[in-house]
Ligand binder design. Structure first.
Ligand SMILES: Cc1cc2nc3c(=O)[nH]c(=O)nc-3n(C[C@H](O)[C@H](O)[C@H](O)COP(=O)(O)OP(=O)(O)OC[C@H]3O[C@@H](n4cnc5c(N)ncnc54)[C@H](O)[C@@H]3O)c2cc1C
Ligand SMILES: *[C@@H]1O[C@H](CO)[C@@H](O)[C@H](O)[C@H]1NC(C)=O
Ligand SMILES: *[C@@H]1O[C@H](CO)[C@@H](O)[C@H](O)[C@H]1NC(C)=O
Ligand SMILES: *[C@@H]1O[C@H](CO)[C@@H](O)[C@H](O)[C@H]1NC(C)=O
Ligand SMILES: *[C@@H]1O[C@H](CO)[C@@H](O)[C@H](O)[C@H]1NC(C)=O
Ligand SMILES: *[C@@H]1O[C@H](CO)[C@@H](O)[C@H](O)[C@H]1NC(C)=O
Ligand SMILES: *[C@@H]1O[C@H](CO)[C@@H](O)[C@H](O)[C@H]1NC(C)=O
Length: 592
């Protein structure tokens, strides 16, 4: 036996060094203690964190460390097959937070999935690719006093992150998107769906011509003016999910000598430098992911917190950066009194609604979702995906088109409340155009805002997350009007012989009290929380970071992820995170 072991050791020693993946450590114990100092530490290897680590390490003079609580996600087949997006619902790749009971939901709690692993939520999300409206970004510029957050100013970053690709299977998608508004050399692969348009899809297009005024067709939902019916785009390339880990942490990026990745390592706190007179924060305190001896590492240039909308405020609070009174109550010494850490977290509130249809040709029962009219069973679908990355497993949604709309401006609601959307290019609602007649109505600009607080002084304890959904009366009243809009939509002439009527919840049949109870008992979210550490003008006492994403009243620390958004955009939130992260890279490069 000893002889065999020594043979193995000799063989191992003879392996050429390039086969040893020296820059990626499976856990904290593997990270050498005499590791060379890092210029930048990126704390959290999710959607934004992967972009930062990848882009900053393009510069050979920057030595970059990326720390992630979870494991690698690339190569995990359940995460790569688009139709299987919710298959791995275990805590390996999902933090599985739970909200506090919400009075606006009759005290119900909601599940809060968040990605855990390289790529973060982009590795488990539903892959819808929607940038939001021009007004969403122009308004970031207004609320932060920094017009460089406007839509036009961000355009180079939008294009830099995207790599538009043909649909799986290679069908001709001409007329379903605007080639001028896409990027072709970026990292995140995007595409239209594999399937040819169905009868239902074609009726949607016809309806867009017949109801042009209220529900037009729009060529491309990512051109800054998404209002109308439009073809779904996804972060899918060659029939596979393109997460931030896949798109930005490619094999060649991982081989860079200037990039070190440590997996399965939990960031407990960020710590101020002892040597500096002014508050300077560039040190992370880290531990094995399930607890154990802690270590600290200090970046010579900057520490970038990218632990996401839950993780980033939680780490700040664990570190004594937050509401002083709250932290003192938990026995955490205050480092910086920033009352807004965790305050204002915002989520899209959504409800289910359904319309009756004529009998549909649904002949196969399947375990994956896609257009009802494809008579392909599970085994065939899997064979297609394996053989050439085609077929229904390359799609995630049952909808091929989305309907984005605004309420008529003379809606009485607006006599009582100011429109909560960011401007005329912003839809107020989204509805997935599903051939079954069922779907989710999303209120894209709610007034309700919530909070995130610590549960205890244990940095591993899950925080108290309260979205406070439907706490503002506008939100319920707006959902009522949104349903009325949908009723108008499906009464268009293109739906003759297909849609048979509204199945509810119908605000014109239910009493106000019944309607309210139904909504509060059933509302849910679309998994787009943002705004738990918001940006605001440099001199404002509100907010957590300035418009260059630096923690206010301190040096050394930036926050780059969905937590800095000042409000939730009229979009599924991953594209806005990519855009933010690409811009943050330039902000950082401009300093160093
Ligand atoms: C199930 C689901 C479906 C969604 N569907 C869509 C969709 O279809 N389209 C869309 O646009 N958006 C969707 N979203 C939202 C979108 O994915 C997120 O808004 C976006 O990815 C967030 O990016 P982020 O960088 O802010 O955070 P994340 O990508 O969540 O990254 C945070 C990272 O930090 C790590 N981390 C956290 N705390 C610590 C710690 N203490 N120590 C070490 N590491 C830590 C996490 O493990 C994670 O990797 C969905 C989200 C989910 C969860
Ligand atoms: C980055 O890698 C290059 C070799 O590719 C090396 O010469 C350089 O010293 C490295 N820089 C840092 C900061 O580690
Ligand atoms: C992480 O993934 C690797 C490769 O799949 C696996 O060997 C390892 O056990 C995983 N680590 C943990 C902590 O689950
Ligand atoms: C929700 O909980 C609060 C506090 O426990 C209670 O006062 C209220 O009656 C509850 N509401 C409902 C609808 O159960
Ligand atoms: C995933 O887990 C959440 C939280 O436990 C649960 O609410 C949800 O139904 C699960 N989804 C699937 C597809 O299993
Ligand atoms: C992919 O494979 C399937 C099943 O073998 C076949 O029917 C189909 O024509 C192939 N498509 C392409 C684009 O090669
Ligand atoms: C069902 O299939 C029949 C025969 O192919 C077709 O005429 C009909 O339009 C289909 N119905 C729907 C709702 O697509």
């Amino acid at each position: 036996m000893p002889a065999l072991i020594s043979v193995a050791l000799v063989l191992a020693a003879l392996l050429p060094p390039h086969l040893v993946d020296a820059a990626l450590y499976q856990n904290l114990d593997a990270l050498p203690t005499n590791v060379k100092p890092f210029d930048f530490t990126v704390a959290g290897g999710g959607t934004a964190g992967s972009v930062l680590a990848s882009r900053l390490s393009e510069n050979r003079d920057f030595n970059v460390l990326l720390i992630e609580a979870g494991n690698d996600t690339v190569g995990v087949i359940e995460l790569e097959v688009p139709a299987w997006a919710s298959k791995r619902n275990d805590t390996e790749f999902n933090w599985r937070f739970e909200s506090e009971p919400m009075p606006g939901l009759n005290n119900r709690t909601l599940a809060i999935p968040r990605g855990r692993g390289l790529g973060g939520s982009s590795a488990i999300n539903a892959m819808a690719y929607t940038r939001g409206s021009a007004d969403d970004y122009d308004n970031w510029g207004r609320v932060t006093g920094d017009s460089r957050w406007g839509w036009n100013a961000l355009w180079p970053y939008i294009q830099r992150h995207e790599r538009w690709t043909p649909p799986a299977g290679g069908r001709d998608p001409t007329g379903q998107f605007d080639p001028k508004v896409h990027g072709y050399e970026g990292n995140t692969q995007t595409s239209l769906v594999w399937a040819e348009p169905s009868d239902f899809d074609l009726r949607v297009r016809t309806n867009g011509l017949l109801q042009k005024k209220e529900f037009p067709n729009v060529l491309d939902l990512n051109a800054g003016k998404p209002i109308g019916a439009t073809w779904l785009q996804s972060t899918i390339g060659n029939g596979e999910r393109c997460s931030a880990a896949k798109g930005y942490l490619t094999p060649s990026v991982r081989e860079r000598p200037n990039l070190t990745i440590v997996l399965n390592t939990y960031i407990t706190r960020v710590l101020p430098s002892k040597s500096s007179k002014k508050l300077d924060i560039r040190t992370v305190e880290i531990a094995p992911r399930d607890g154990g001896a802690r270590r600290t590492l200090t970046a010579s240039k900057e520490l970038i917190l990218s632990a996401g909308v839950i993780g980033s405020p939680q780490i700040l609070l664990n570190s004594g950066i937050g509401n002083k009174a709250d932290l003192t109550a938990h026995g955490i010494p205050s480092v910086l009194d920033v009352p807004d850490v965790g305050q204002g977290i915002t989520e899209h509130v959504s409800i289910a609604a359904s319309f009756g249809t004529v009998p549909l040709n649904q002949t196969t029962s399947r375990t994956f979702s896609c257009d009802y009219d494809d008579r392909i069973d599970d085994a065939t679908a899997l064979a297609m995906w394996q053989q050439n990355r085609t077929g229904p497993l390359t799609e995630r949604f049952t909808s091929h088109q989305l309907l984005w709309f605004r309420l008529p401006s003379d809606t009485p609601l607006f006599k009582q409340y100011k429109d909560a959307s960011t401007g005329p290019t912003s839809p107020q609602f989204e509805w997935g155009l599903d051939a079954t007649g069922g779907g989710t109505l999303v209120l894209l600009s709610p007034y309700s805002r919530g909070s995130l607080k610590l549960r205890s002084n244990d940095p591993f304890a899950k925080p108290r997350i309260d979205y406070n959904l439907l706490s503002h009366p506008y939100d319920l009243a707006a959902l009522k009007e949104g349903l009325r809009s949908l009723k108008r939509y499906y009464s268009g002439p293109a739906w003759d012989g297909y849609i048979t009527g509204f199945k509810g919840p119908d605000p014109d049949i239910l009493s106000d009290a019944e309607f309210e109870k139904t909504i509060r008992d059933t509302a849910f979210t679309t998994l787009h929380p943002v705004g738990s550490a918001q940006m605001s003008p440099r001199n404002s006492k509100r907010g957590v970071v300035d418009s260059e994403l630096r923690l206010k009243s301190a040096s050394g620390l930036r926050i780059v992820d969905a937590s800095v958004f000042p409000y939730v955009p009229a979009a599924h939130s991953q594209a806005p995170v990519y855009i933010l992260a690409e811009r943050a890279v330039d902000l950082i490069r401009s300093v160093w």
